[in-house]
Design a protein around this ligand. Structure first.
Ligand code: AMP
Ligand code: GLY
Length: 428
């Protein structure tokens, strides 16, 4: 089988790595891929938003299955474009992807189907939003409606911070048109977890749980990032909690989307707050998490290509998906200046030595420099992942791997695998 993987991050490197172990897969292409991915398969220089060019490539190369990593092409309708041409592709349609593409849609949907989430208001007009905030000096989460690379939600502890958030989204438009509408919601208190599931729109198969570290600094301080590291599984999601998440959240969501004529096939990712009164949805994503994938797929024993195919063919119920009873950790190394203004073009040293520590390296923002060396080319640069029978063992191994790699200005958190709860402002 020939597979095309769309995307260029650590998540896609992990997907390519796992697919390369499949007995069904003979050849993998990635578009556009990155330096690390190019060592495992052939990278083609087509951007993730060039939907027609991707479909033409898949047709020309007789690709048997295309797998989409990031949300942007999904929300743009890549699955619809491929399916119209009779090409097999793994992921939700444009209509189904709206569960991630529009937070306003997701919130209204959750309200309609009684899926637990924070109570909220939606505003399209700055003056109305400002009036609401002026009369509410309580902590609030203020979010841009559209896609903002995981950075469009601000946690505001008081009126002053809320006014600042509204000003940046609706007046200064720092997230562009994504901030035309804002969602203002109550703060949820608890532990944040990520639960992803494979689904063909009928059967839902949950993956092992994970926790992501979203803020840039240790202890969960500073601005939000795409994710600075992750671990799996998390003890917060024990069997009972997983059952509650499936019954109260995943099942009604998949069923509700089907009722709305938005059949969801692919990866449904629920970002959840496990509160004192049970799990509540912070957000849905329509794809694998990054860096959650880097810790979840190393724990998957089953053949990933077989699972993807079974979903495309509406036969997920026939799959017996098996997980290793181990822990996995991934520490992300990011560029100086990330998340605001990442500095690129720095030479990366020591990558070859990481494997000596028993770690895996998943590349994100890397490329080949003019002199042939590997250089940084994005905000998140690499993820160093390790597995072990115990979480502590996986943490220790991953940090030994991190110790082998260096590039000027590298930023990484020292506390991946340790969660410190509490609500923290986005403004300091
Ligand atoms: P989102 O873009 O909606 O996933 O939000 C980004 C991050 O902000 C989440 O991962 C949470 O850490 C935090 N967050 C968002 N909404 C809330 C909320 N209602 N209560 C507490 N934290 C939140
Ligand atoms: N790690 C968060 C995300 O993938 O959206």
């Amino acid at each position: 089988m020939k597979i095309l993987v769309v995307g260029s991050g650590g998540r896609e490197h992990t997907i390519v790595w796992k697919l390369s172990k499949s007995r069904h897969v003979d050849k993998i292409y990635a578009a556009p891929g990155n330096f690390g991915i190019s060592s495992m398969c052939k990278c083609v220089n087509i951007n993730v938003t060039e939907l027609e060019a991707l479909a033409d490539f898949a047709e020309k190369k007789e690709i048997d299955l295309t797998v989409v990593g990031p949300e942007l092409p999904l929300t743009m309708g890549i699955v619809d474009v491929f399916e119209e041409k009779g090409l097999k592709i793994f992921g939700p349609t444009k209509k189904a992807s709206e569960i991630e593409g529009s937070k306003a849609f997701a919130k209204e949907f959750m309200r309609k189907y009684h899926i637990p989430t924070a109570s909220f208001r939606i505003f399209e007009n700055y003056e109305d939003a400002r009036d609401f905030v002026e009369s509410n000096d309580t902590p609030l989460a203020i979010k841009a409606d559209g896609l903002a690379a995981g950075k469009g939600a601000l946690i505001c502890l008081n009126r002053m911070e809320s006014m600042k958030a509204l000003d940046s989204m609706m007046v200064k438009k720092v997230f562009g048109s994504a901030g035309t509408r804002v969602i203002i919601e109550d703060i949820l208190v608890g532990e944040e977890v990520s639960v992803m599931a494979f689904t063909d729109g009928k059967t839902i198969a949950p993956m092992v749980s994970a926790q992501d570290h979203k803020r840039i600094f240790d202890g969960g301080f500073g601005p939000n990032t795409g994710g600075m590291g992750a671990f799996s599984p998390t003890k917060v999601v024990n069997d009972r909690m997983m059952r509650a998440i499936m019954e109260q959240i995943m099942e009604p969501t998949v069923e509700g989307l089907r009722q709305e004529d938005r059949l969801f096939k692919g990866i449904l990712y629920a970002g959840l707050m496990v509160t004192e009164i049970g799990p509540k949805v912070i957000e849905f994503n329509c794809r694998f998490g990054d860096p959650e994938t880097q810790v979840v797929l190393p724990l998957l024993k089953s053949d990933l290509a077989e699972i993807f195919l079974s979903i495309v063919e509406d036969e997920l119920e026939l799959q017996d998906i098996v997980w290793k009873e181990e822990s996995a950790v991934c520490v992300v190394m990011a560029s100086e200046g990330y998340p605001e203004k990442p500095v690129k073009g720095r030479r990366i040293h020591g990558l070859k030595d990481v494997r000596k520590e028993g770690c895996m390296v998943f590349h994100a923002g890397t490329s080949r420099g003019k002199d042939g060396h590997v250089i940084t080319s994005g905000g998140r640069v690499i993820g160093i992942a390790a597995t072990d029978r115990k979480l502590q063992g996986a943490i220790a191994k991953a940090y030994k791997g991190v110790g082998r790699v260096s590039f000027e200005g590298a930023q990484f958190r020292k506390d991946i695998g340790h969660v410190v709860g509490g609500v923290k402002s986005s403004f300091f």
